[in-house]
Every structure is written in C-alpha cells, then in structure tokens.
Ligand binder design. Sequence first.
Ligand code: NDP
Length: 444
Amino acid sequence: MSYVDEVIERIVQENPAEPEFHQAVKEVLESLRPVVEENEEKYRRDAILERLVNPERQIKFRVPWVDDKGQAHVNTGYRVQFNSAVGPYKGGIRLHPSVNLGIIKFLGFEQIFKNSLTGLPIGGGKGGSDFDPKGKSDREIMAFCQSFMTELYKYIGANADVPAGDIGTGSREIGYMYGQYKRIRGLFEGVLTGKGLSYGGSLARTEATGYGLLYITEELLKCNGHSMKGKTVVVSGSGNVAIYAIQKACELGATVLTASDSTGWVYDPDGIDVAALKQIKEIDRARLTEYKKYRPNSEYHEGRGMWCIKADIALPCATQNELTLADAKLLVTNGVLAVAEGANMPTTMEATEYLQQNGVLFLPGKAANAGGVATSALEMSQNSERISWTFEEVDTKLRNIMVDIFHHIDAAAKKYGFDKNYVIGANIAGFEKVVDAMQVQGIV
Ligand code: NDP
C-alpha cells in the first residue's frame, strides 16, 4: 500500500465519526501524491504525513453561561492548534450548532495550507463552539463570549495563537472576547484579528475575504482569456464573505443574481441590491424573506436550490458541502465558466471532480478565500508596529497577495503536469513551504 493510502486509512480508523475531517485529509493527500511519491522514503522515515494530519494540540472545554431568564446553559468550546511550522497558529472561531471536533479539525487542517499560500508567517488552527448566536440578546452573547475566553485565554497569545472570526463570529463577538482577554491577561496585544477600528483592527479586514475572492477570480479569468465585466454570477450565503463578494463583483462590472441564508434564497433578475442585503443581514440581523420589501421584482424560495439559476460564474460563500454533484450538473448544463469557493470546502469531492472533468475553471477555497486570513496577518503586522495603514494600502496588498496566490498555484499545477488543476496546484504549493519548515525544525 502506498504511504498516502496508509495514512488516509489510519486517519479514518483513528478518528471515527469525523467525516468532514476525513474528506479534507483525502482531498489534500490525494493531490499530494506526485510530491509524496518523489520523496516517499524520506517522508516515511520522518513521518511527515502523520505529523501533518495529527494536530499538535486539540483543546476541548466547557462553556457555562446564563441566559436572560436566569437559566444556565453549557456549550462545548474547541481550539485545535494544528501546525505551527511556519508561524503562530491562526484561524477563526466558528459559533454554530453544527460545530463538533471533526468540523473544527477539517477547518484547522485546511487552514495550514491556506495560510502557507498567503506567503505570510502564519501556522494553522481553528476553534469554535456549538453555541448558536441566533436569537440571543447582546447580553447573552457577551456572557457566552466572556465565558468562552475565560478558558481559551490560557492557550492563545499574540505570538502563540491568534484566533479570528468565522461563521457566527463577527465584530460584536470579537469585541466581547477581546475585552475579556485584556481583562484577564492585562495585556493589550494583537491576540485576535477582526477587531474594531477603535482598538487595533485593520481597515479592509471586513471586506477582505469577499474582495480577495473576486481579485483571484478576476486573475483566473484574465489568464484564461475572460474578465468579470458583463458576467452573471450566482452567490450563496449572505454573511461576511458573500456580502463583500457581491459588492466587489458589482464593482468589477458583473451582475449578481442570487444570495441565500440557512432557510432560503433570493433571485433578483436585476442584480442583488447590496445596500438592502447589508441592512437586512448586518444591521437588522433578519431573514432573507425581508429582501422582497426592498426589491419587489425579486423571488424568495424556501430551502436550497439556487444553483439552478443560469450564470457564468458560481461563488459558493455559505458553508461546507453546500454544492453537490446534482448542483454541479445543473451548473454545467447551464454553461458555467468558473466556480470559486468563498466558503471552506463548500463543494463536495464528487462535484469538484465533475466540474473539473467538464472543463469548468475551479478555484478551491484554500486559495480563493485566503484574502481573509491574509488581511488578518496584515492586522497582526500593524498591531506589532503600533501603526494603521490606510484602506487603499491594505486593499492593494490584499490584491497583490491574491494575484500572487493564483500564479503560485498555477505554476505548481503546471510543474507536476496538471495544468489548470488549481486544486492540486493549491495543495502542492501550500504543502511545499510547510514541509520544508517541518523538515528543518527536526522531529517535533
Ligand atoms: P457568516 O456567519 O457571516 O455567514 C454565513 C452565511 O452562510 C450566512 O448567510 C448563513 O445563513 C449561511 N449559512 C451558514 N450555515 C449554513 C448552513 N448550514 N446551510 C446554509 N446556509 C448556511 O460567515 P462567513 O461569511 O464569515 O463565512 C462563510 C464561509 O466562509 C464559511 O465556510 C467560513 O469558514 C468561510 N470563510 C470565512 C472567512 C471570513 O473572513 N469571514 C475567511 C475564510 C473563509 P444565516 O444568515 O441564516 O445564518
């Protein structure tokens, strides 16, 4: 049995009931086959793959908090510190009822390669809780965040592990967590990113993942003889990533036809109204059913199904495994040109393969959504230097990073004979730097 197959088999056996983690490991290790085969003896001797797929540390803790009626609740908190070969652990905190150890491990594992691709010195980690922020009062959110940080603070620090936002963790939650960290540690340091501008946040961090997604998609299109101008786009999600992806797509001359949330989706033939979306989601924290009040011409549909809308580009920006094989078939039938992942692993493995086999240009999340963490690393730099860059400075750096990532993954795919397979390119390019750092640091 090959080294790759052995490690995949063992990870499935040793980590039962973690299907998302298995999926992420399989996707990455399958892509790495050509590199691993070239170096099999050395990698085996140094247990490179075993050390890559096993987190350096995984922390699980109780998060007790009291609701507005005086009722106590207990949620589970996680922080998985996956790999620190190239820098301090870095990765967001997901607050969603679906969170479990396997989901945090899949996200932390992906984060290693994504962070490496940014070219910045950040290792991979991820955290979260099965707490559901939906429908909670501000006081309840504060109570949860303070309790979560009262345990988490022991394991993080500006040079050790720097968490950020993710699903369910926005600027409000980061603010409460930062306040509690500062209170306990007595340190005003860059321990979290995605902070507010008044206490060390970076301009353009809010926009970064969505904008970065469009910068890299534009570069992909340019290098394949197209451009965003005049294109139609289907987007899923209506959170941080989706909103700023839609905004930048419009700025680049495209028309975005859809947005979704966890209960339904909207189709707006005249183009999604970003201001209305921001009002509904960022300010009112309401459902997308409200969208029709702003745009009477639009349609609201319960459930999922938006991938049936004909468009040139598809940008899944909500959650994992939201674009299935059946959806991929619809997109291909409708002549989609490119799919770029704003979310983490939103496309199932079968769907990804089908899209690639049918000539669709496909950018995986670890490259396409790396703009968020890249700008978080820029926030860390500004915090260390005690300065703030302008929006334009950060945005220009972000754009350059995304363009560089595209060329880096394109070159890695070509080097191993997989031209235009950006999944393989991203995994290999991300792996090369990490494996080099792991090898020179000895068996740790
Ligand atoms: P938000 O919480 O801001 O938004 C998430 C969106 O996806 C919401 O519209 C939400 O709907 C929808 N959603 C969440 N879970 C589900 C589900 N199970 N089924 C259908 N829809 C769902 O999160 P972000 O925009 O920050 O994150 C979106 C994705 O992008 C995630 O995969 C995240 O890991 C990834 N990502 C985020 C980065 C960032 O900087 N924020 C960086 C890199 C990746 P509802 O409003 O109903 O909750």
